[in-house]
Design a binder for this molecule. Structure first.
Ligand SMILES: Cc1cc2nc3c(=O)[nH]c(=O)nc-3n(C[C@H](O)[C@H](O)[C@H](O)COP(=O)(O)OP(=O)(O)OC[C@H]3O[C@@H](n4cnc5c(N)ncnc54)[C@H](O)[C@@H]3O)c2cc1C
Length: 332
């Protein structure tokens, strides 16, 4: 296995459950700050625009609970903004329960936040403790930190898997775009507050928020820095202008929080052209990448699917959208 991020570790764990002897090569260390999986927390949810993701998210939550229910904080998710009704339609189509809340009802769940439109409430959602999840996944695995694999194809093993995050594109000639994503933490929200997704609208990007116990309430503006980022750069700089923009946003949307940032950090998204993941076999290597900023919640299930592919078991129809050849078809 190449890569000890959340997906590589999940796949290594599933392969080991299937009886494989697994070695994980990681060029840095588990939870590398240069990758996409570091930090305290990530949103998990069932609510998605497409039924494939709703079904996969449901299975992923069960996989997290099977791994360690303690890594999930079931705080719920409050979601609003442009297109949220499409999420409701997908949940309906999959028979997944949710509720519509009036702004006052949403405020009762999150008094520090301001709501001025109907809110979709996904009760079976919240925050997964990212650092604890990485530790739980790595427990008992043979992880070789500080071991860079130049070309996974050259590894000698019955099964070779590569989950190298932002480094997958150049490794397999895939059209992937690493970019830097920044988040800021604010004080003032109890650690039971729901996760938030504001899908924005005309002139307003998607914003999200979630608890990060021991640090504060984590807030981000999705895709605020669309430029390509070279993952080999050792720095992950904080953009002061973006911090200011989030502070202004918190003053308006989360007026009950203290608008003075307590911490800020940046890590990498690896965008695929259509926002869907890549999970496929290329040159006899099983690869995962193109996380597009939303793979953490799916990781233990993605690990299971990678192990299934390794053993020649069929993948669920929902995984068809992750085929690599869709990209060459799209660019043809
Ligand atoms: C700010 C931010 C907020 C996010 N919020 C959410 C959220 O709320 N919910 C959600 O579901 N997702 C979220 N995500 C996305 C999620 O974190 C990623 O999708 C996920 O972490 C991807 O994991 P990975 O294992 O694919 O990649 P990484 O974690 O990047 O793992 C790849 C590993 O491979 C190693 N590697 C690379 N090349 C080599 C090589 N040649 N040899 C050896 N090792 C190598 C790297 O060092 C790295 O450790 C967020 C991401 C960011 C950046």
């Amino acid at each position: 296995m190449v890569g000890a991020g959340v997906v590589g570790l999940s796949a290594a764990r599933a392969l080991r459950e299937d009886g494989f002897e697994v070695t994980v090569y990681e060029k840095d260390r588990v939870g590398s700050r240069l990758g996409s999986s570091p930090g305290r927390s990530r949103i998990y949810r069932r609510s998605y625009r497409h039924t494939d993701y709703v079904r996969l998210a449901r299975r992923a939550i069960e996989e997290w609970k099977r791994l360690d229910p303690g890594v999930l904080r079931n705080t719920g998710l409050l979601e609003y903004g442009s297109g949220v009704e499409l999420h409701a339609a997908a949940l309906d189509a999959c028979g997944e329960p949710y509720r519509w809340l009036e702004p006052a009802e949403a405020s009762a769940l999150f008094p520090e936040a301001r709501f001025d439109e109907p809110v979709l409430y996904d009760e079976e959602a919240g925050a997964v403790m990212a650092d604890e999840a990485l530790r739980a996944l790595a427990r008992g695995l043979d992880v070789r930190e500080g071991h860079l694999v130049a070309d996974p194809r050259e590894l000698e093993a019955d099964v070779i898997c590569a989950c190298p995050g932002s480094w997958l594109g150049p490794m397999f000639g895939l059209p992937l775009s690493p970019r830097i994503e920044q988040v800021v933490y604010f004080a003032g929200a109890p650690e039971t507050r729901p996760s938030l997704i504001d899908h924005g609208g005309p002139g307003r990007r998607l914003h999200y928020g979630l608890i990060a116990p021991g640090i504060g309430y984590k807030v981000g503006e999705d895709a605020a820095q669309p430029d390509l980022w070279d993952p080999d750069r050792e720095d992950r700089p904080i953009h002061p202008g973006l911090v200011e923009r989030l502070v202004e946003d918190v003053r308006v949307k989360l007026p009950g929080l203290d608008p003075r940032p307590v911490h800020a950090e940046a890590c990498l998204y690896t965008m695929s052209p259509d926002g869907d993941f890549i999970l496929d076999r290329i040159d006899n290597v099983i690869v995962f990448g193109g996380d597009s900023g939303h793979a953490f919640k799916f990781a233990p299930l993605l690990g299971r699917l990678i192990a299934d592919l390794a053993s020649g078991r069929p993948l669920p129809p929902e995984a068809d959208r992750f085929r690599a050849d869709r990209l060459s078809a799209a660019s043809a």
